[in-house]
Design a protein around this ligand. Structure first.
Ligand code: NG6
Ligand code: CA
Length: 498
């Protein structure tokens, strides 16, 4: 175990022993800055997140590495830019593990430092090798890349299989009703949203018309395994209970927990006790539910006396979206407002709203309550930063940079620059400048988000133009050329705009 910068506590025999702080990363799914009341939401009330902000640090220029889940999570987990891995794109529910078993991960690094490690919640980084047999132990799984314990949903709530996976095993399966999953064709005779629309209690607006489970049409086909199906409405409670159970078991040793909230990703199915509470329909209610989970977790840490020894990090895997394939009224409720405000675009977008996400850090007694920092930070840098915290060496060749002091509110110095995006669709931040190369493709996608595709180079000054309305590329050709060169140096081999 490595020596750390952690608080010293009295060990046995009166010796001073370093006690490493616990680390919890809570990652919401598709939550925007404009969804959080302390960040300016005028339509939602988020007391749990406001508490994170009030009791800790608010990083106002924080980014996921990419504007969708899999590449963003890949980067947080591996400390590498997602575009270095061509397969790091939104994965199907039966996709294989995207991370090599010998690849460095933030979880393995924390485990090497003596931490008990767990992932609870949304995974979306693939499972197994080859065709998955869901009725046996699935390996590799999160436990193969550094987690001591895992209780996950394989992909997203809108993708089959609709079952939990605990340490590689689907709990609750019965032998005479095996679970089968396909993303290519339906199982003969099984109903789908298209053949049996009467089964649906929620309507799809785009995609999402394969198997119907619990009244909800999903992506992908599924047969059998009924006894193992999750209940969509209790998912938040199931995860939170597992979270508390894991923490409760590890009060005596340092732990690292990655807690993947499934809200407010589609389908939005908050528990009935939250239904109608936001006044903004199911999407708003799902945000309220996620916020409640955060508040409960903070309460639990306070009650168990762990808050002073636990760093809680909260962020979101990508920018927000309203209609993401289900007709749940979100677009109508928000109207002209967007949950990405004040940023342009949203989930899927090259504009700032694709990756500019809420980011709070609470460490009671260590981070001054109400600290605000405008430093440019990225979730990918948590790997190197936590390695510095626990005194672990970083493997060579990673993109993750140590910005620990910034994550702990001790410094305002962030990253000098940052490449954002996945696969060939990248943009580049340098200081306050945001450069978006020209890309083919529609201006808007089906969820009606401005994607940032343009035939010409775009350059925005986020300091004076937070909504990226004024393209300064023609006015500042030198800056474009300097930034283009830097982007080329870093990611040239992976780009196809040249
Ligand atoms: C899209 C889905 C969307 C969502 C997204 C992944 C359709 C039409 N849209 O393909 O609903 O599941 O994938 O979201 O199927 S993410 O946050 O996990 O990246
Ligand atoms: Ca997401």
């Amino acid at each position: 175990m490595a020596a750390t910068a952690a608080a010293a506590v009295s060990g046995c025999g009166g010796q001073e022993k370093e006690r490493q702080p616990n680390v919890i990363i809570i990652l919401a799914d598709d939550l925007g800055c404009g969804d959080v009341s302390c960040l300016g939401s005028t339509v939602l009330n988020t007391p749990g997140l406001d508490r994170m902000c009030r009791e800790g640090l608010n990083l106002t220029d924080a980014h996921s590495a990419a504007p969708t889940s899999t590449p963003s999570r890949y980067s947080l987990m591996t400390g590498q830019y997602p575009w270095r891995n061509r397969d790091a794109e939104i994965l199907a529910g039966d996709a294989n593990l995207l991370i090599r078993e010998d690849q460095p991960t933030i979880a393995r690094m924390m485990r090497d430092a003596g931490y008990e490690t767990a992932v609870i919640g949304k995974w979306h980084l693939g499972l197994g090798k080859g065709k998955i047999d869901w009725n046996r132990e699935i390996t590799p799984n999160p436990n193969s890349i550094g987690f001591d314990y895992s209780y996950i949903i394989a992909a997203t709530v809108d993708r089959v299989p609709t079952v939990y996976v605990e340490n590689g095993i689907v709990p609750g399966l019965e032998e005479d009703d095996p679970l089968m999953v396909s993303y290519t064709e339906n199982f003969p005779g099984e109903p789908t949203a298209l053949t049996n629309p009467e089964l649906m209690t929620m309507r799809w607006s785009d995609g999402h018309n394969c198997s119907v489970v619990n009244g909800i049409p999903r992506i992908g086909y599924q047969k059998g395994g009924k006894n193992a199906y999750w209940d969509d409405e209790t998912m938040a409670d199931v995860f939170l209970d597992k979270v508390k159970e894991f923490i409760g078991k590890n009060t005596g040793r340092p732990f690292f927990l990655y807690y993947g909230l499934h809200e407010p990703h589609v389908p939005r199915t908050p528990h009935p006790r939250f239904a109608g509470t936001s006044g903004m329909g199911p999407r708003g209610d799902a945000v309220v539910e996620a916020d409640w989970c955060v508040n409960e977790l903070l309460d639990y840490l306070d009650e168990t006396g762990l808050s002073e020894n636990t760093i809680v990090i909260f962020s979101s895997d990508n920018g927000p979206v309203l209609d993401d394939g289900y007709a749940d009224g979100a677009a109508e409720k928000w109207g002209d407002l967007t949950p990405a405000l004040p940023y342009r675009g949203g989930k899927y977008s090259l504009y700032d709203g694709g990756t500019h996400v809420p980011f709070f850090v609470r460490w009671t007694g260590h981070i001054k309550p109400g600290t605000v920092s405008d430093a440019l930070v990225c979730q990918m840098d948590l790997y190197a930063s936590l390695a510095a915290l626990v005194g672990e060496k970083m493997p060579g060749g990673l993109d993750s940079r140590n910005t620990l002091d910034t994550f702990l509110g001790k410094s305002d110095e962030g990253r000098e620059d940052l490449v954002l995006g996945s696969n060939e669709r990248l943009s580049y931040r340098s200081g306050n400048w945001h450069l978006i190369p020209p890309y083919d493709g529609p201006e808007r996608n089906t969820p009606n988000i401005e994607l940032g595709n343009s035939r010409t180079w775009s350059l925005y000054d986020l300091a004076s133009d937070i909504h990226e309305d004024i393209n300064l590329a023609e006015e500042y050709p030198d800056i474009v050329s300097r930034m283009k060169d830097r982007l080329d140096e870093t990611a040239g081999d992976y780009l196809d705009f040249q």
